[in-house]
Design a protein around this ligand. Structure first.
Ligand code: NAI
Length: 245
């Protein structure tokens, strides 16, 4: 599909990669709704991008986002399913000096699953329901997974959610093909955004030192992959790792 034909929602569109995608889409002539919890970030987006405060972890807010976006853009044929959070922690940790055992909290687990899996799933469900009800084809969905989908120390919650999104990229591609809707996934490595800027500097430097191309990824690197999924009408059901090697 051509970018200029898109009427597309970007969740988590107020900052980081989501803001970059929303801006690039807007520059390419797409109609864009950026949805996020962060009102300040939404207000700082280029004018012309529609903005909507929305918590994707709340089921009713997904449905009202989709209805609103459809109205604002005069249709809906795309979704970048990008909102996500981290609440890292080892599942079980033994303190080296005291021997004390700490466990990943239910709160950490539920928060990440609630946004990155349940929220991400219900946004897709409601967006696709609207596209099907209005016979808006072709349509395209891009899921933001992560290379953590392959497993990553300290990220049981995040890895589980991102692996599930990659698995359901296949499930949904098969389910929605009959409606003319494609689904693709992007699994970024470490990308320079507020999410990674909040990391411990030593841990961050060590991770960057291990990236074969020798630098952290930029939102533009991931945009090129997202653009490919949006434009390539033969890409379906695949999640692409974009991680510098
Ligand atoms: P970020 O933290 O900079 O931006 C995420 C945006 O999502 C924020 O604007 C935040 O307010 C919004 N958000 C969080 N919870 C929300 C909710 N419940 N409802 C609506 N909006 C919500 O993150 P970044 O780095 O731009 O990541 C974007 C996506 O890419 C996320 O899904 C993340 O897990 C994924 N990712 C990021 C990587 C990185 O290295 N930065 C690597 C791999 C995947």
């Amino acid at each position: 599909m051509q970018l200029s034909e898109l009427k597309i929602i970007v969740t988590g569109g107020a900052r980081g990669m989501g803001a970059h995608f929303a801006t690039r889409l807007h520059e390419a002539g797409a109609k864009v709704v950026a949805a996020d919890l962060d009102t300040e970030g939404l207000a700082a987006l280029p004018s012309g991008i529609h903005t909507r405060v929305c918590n994707v972890a709340v089921e009713s807010e997904c449905e009202s986002l989709v209805a609103w976006a459809h109205e604002q853009m005069g249709g809906l044929n795309g979704l970048i399913n990008n909102a996500g959070i981290l609440r890292d922690g080892l599942l079980v940790k033994k303190d080296r000096t005291t021997g004390q055992i700490t466990k990943l909290s239910r709160e950490q687990w539920d928060a990440v699953i609630g946004v990155n899996l349940t929220g991400a799933t219900f946004v897709v469900r409601d967006a696709v329901a609207k596209m099907v009800a209005t016979d808006q084809r072709p349509g395209v969905i891009v899921n933001m997974s992560s290379i953590a989908r392959h497993g990553n120390r300290g990220q049981s919650n995040y890895a589980a959610a991102k692996a599930a999104l990659a698995a359901n990229t296949v499930t949904w591609a098969r389910e929605f093909a009959a409606y003319g809707i494609r689904v693709g996934g992007i699994a970024p490595g470490m990308i320079e955004t507020p999410m990674t800027q909040g990391m411990n500097q030593k841990a961050r430097d060590a991770l960057v030192a291990n990236i074969p191309v020798g630098r952290i990824g930029l939102p533009e690197d991931i945009w090129l992959a997202v653009k490919f999924v949006l434009e390539c009408d033969y890409l379906n059901g695949e999640t692409i790792d974009v991680d510098g090697g």
